[in-house]
Ligand binder design. Sequence first.
Ligand code: GLN
Length: 548
Amino acid sequence: MSPKYIFITGGVVSSLGKGLTSASIGLLLERCGHKIAMLKLDPYLNVDPGTMSPFQHGEVYVTDDGAETDLDLGHYYRYTDSPLSRASNVTSGQIYETVLKKERRGDYLGKTVQVIPHITNEIKARILACGKEDADVVLVEIGGTVGDIESLPFLEAIRQFRYERKADCINIHLTYVPYLKAAGEVKTKPTQHSVQVLREIGIIPDVILCRCEESLSKEIKEKISLFCNVPEESVIDEKDVEESIYEVPLDLHNQGLDAMICKMLNLSMKTADFTDWKEMLYKVTHPKGKVVVGIVGKYLDHQDAYKSVFEALHHAAIHANVELEIRKFESDRIIENGSVEKAIQGCDGYVVPGGFGERGWEGKVLTAKYCRENKIPYFGLCLGMQILLIEFARNVLGLKEANSTEVNLNTPHPIISLLSEQKKVENLGGTMRLGAYLCDLDPTSLAYKAYEQNIISERHRHRYEFNNAYKKAFEEKGMLFSGNLHKGSLCEISEVREHPWMLGVQFHPEFKSKPLNPHPLFRDFIAYLAGLHQHKESWEKSPQLTSV
Ligand code: GLN
């Protein structure tokens, strides 16, 4: 049977949480018994976000098959079981690249290649491809805001797609209904206008989701219904959450959105059970303690740059039933402040996340030194592991000028360097070590204690690697290389033996954490900070991630 399609558009302003809303709808449909697939369409011309700065675009989320994708796919992963791959994020850049390649090959010989039908056909083909893997429902989120010139071909493709499959498609439009303090009123005009834009294109929304501060009154819903041509019951509010973004699906469920969608699409519906989700939210609002985690990075002014890291820490805190306070430290500023200790002290543990380039580098190295010398927990993610090793080389092995060739090509001790295949790379886009790799664990390690598995699978996104020429010297001074590339010789996890919890990973565990299934390393890191390791018997482990 052909799948049903839900198109999710956004109006008025960006940053309304369209990805999170789409993921929440995905979860609702799964709980109603349906298999879903999720697709993000991004109107920008980059082939993927991998070449964009975190300041421009926020985090780059990596899938198992090595695609560098939009951070909304992280929401899809955290809320749903939808399969995610290279096919789950399509950009205008990819669409045009494909069409232009076909043109050069001569596939359109004799024809003028145009946005309609060639670009729109390619978009429709990508949507159809996403539904091939026996999904009951395909959720398609369109990036940007209606009215943007860039998103027009996508909206036109959706209009055509809907026209060809009337009974199988609906459109959910997410909009903003602001409260104007000066007027003391909630305003519907921006919503009316954004729906007007959609209707000009030929798309009539079936459901209007209204982002708002407080629940909307009946009068306001009536007004939106009248002006926007949707029944009043299909105007649903999505108000600001109180404690956690994981409240969103329950709020939508409580307003009957899942039942409404199933009815519109003629889908069967089993009674959705949210017991586990509610228990998780109960823990958020009833913490039994608190941990303070310092993040020492360099894109902290952009709230989305480390999205998955923040979420993974939150999942672990929920699991440990503690409140989490995250303190952010810009690594280039902590040195300006004089002593690093003074600048960052006071947290229970520190995370040094991924990053690129020289700015803020030495601040991170000093953070690792502070943590190692004072036996304060340290968790290094990707660059954070490289930093851990550089600090160890400089201050334990006595190789004062040890560094990564990423920031010092002429270092006499290239502890972190490029593999020969990376030296040949010319294009920057899509050429890092990307995607899932298997890793063998040392059974005596903290890592093994966390995963309780011999072989794990984790996702990578980096160019540089630990230089094995130094491995023996590190081991002799107490470094445990506890994770190694399966059937290979690359260092994937390192731990400082004489330290209670100082661990770095070359991969990105944050991409594989879910609120109901926290990543084992984040879970153990937070549990350690919360002191739970002292009475581990009362702290039940969560189910293990399925790996390999
Ligand atoms: N800049 C480092 C590298 O390319 C680390 C990358 C990262 O943290 N994702 O190897």
